[in-house]
Design a protein around this ligand. Structure first.
Ligand code: ADP
Ligand code: MG
Length: 217
């Protein structure tokens, strides 16, 4: 039974559509961050990918389960984004989708499992760990916050808000880090003093989930 505190297909579609709009709004900022320690394409990469995700999901019927929508979104990112972030986010969403299976709706505990699955996919593909100055520095604390929320019985909107806040703190914490993975690592110590673009877009995407769940609740 679908309770008030559940993520269903409509929530996933609302989330990724909201994320596409938010990424579009932050595109130039994300690209500026990447220009400082990468090759200046992160905003355009993510924007191209999420625009395609929005279109792919709009073409789906309401009966498609959340897990299937995430797998479709992941495949779409892999096939439309050239940079590292495409395969990384693509595998994350696909692995999260597979973790959710065919269930029509799910709550905080399953969401925490899906986040862990997504983060494992990113770590498997990119071989990065916490502290390497990557998107993982935002999404790992978010997953921990979600797990804690699940264990304390927090409602979904509050749980996701705490995950997004943890991601934001994690993204800020990348500023003093030296990059050890991805393009920014080529800069060595010169990567210090800049916020990681991938960690920053992860916050944008999690804040979009917070708004999507808030709007549904
Ligand atoms: P590219 O680096 O190929 O130009 P993007 O600019 O789109 O790709 O994405 C850069 C972001 O991808 C980085 O800011 C970082 O957060 C993330 N990233 C890069 N390499 C890795 C990795 N090996 N593991 C996890 N995240 C990574
Ligand atoms: Mg780049």
């Amino acid at each position: 039974m679908i309770t008030d505190s559940a993520v269903d297909s409509a929530t996933i579609t609302a989330w990724l559509t909201e994320a596409a709009g938010a990424i579009r709004a932050e595109r130039d900022y994300l690209t500026q961050l990447d220009a400082a320690i990468g090759d200046g394409d992160h905003g355009t990469n993510m924007d191209r990918g999420f625009e395609a995700v929005g279109k792919a999901l709009a073409a789906q019927g309401e009966a498609t389960p959340p897990g299937k929508l995430l797998i479709l979104a992941g495949k779409t990112l892999v096939s439309t984004v050239g940079g590292a972030s495409g395969p990384l986010w693509g595998s994350a969403l696909r692995r999260a989708g597979r973790a959710l299976g065919d269930r029509p709706a799910f709550g905080v505990a399953d969401l925490a499992d899906a986040f862990d699955a997504a983060n494992d996919a990113v770590a498997d593909l990119g071989a990065a760990a916490a502290g390497d100055k990557t998107m993982l520095d935002a999404v790992l604390p978010a997953a921990e916050a979600l797990r804690a929320a699940s264990e304390t019985g927090m409602e979904l909107p509050a749980a996701i808000a705490s995950a997004a806040t943890a991601a934001e703190a994690g993204a800020k914490a990348t500023i003093p880090m030296q990059a050890r993975r991805g393009r920014a690592s080529y800069l060595g110590e010169r990567s210090i003093g800049h916020q990681d673009p991938g960690a920053t877009s992860a916050v944008v995407i999690l804040r979009a989930l917070e708004r999507a769940v808030g709007a549904a609740g």
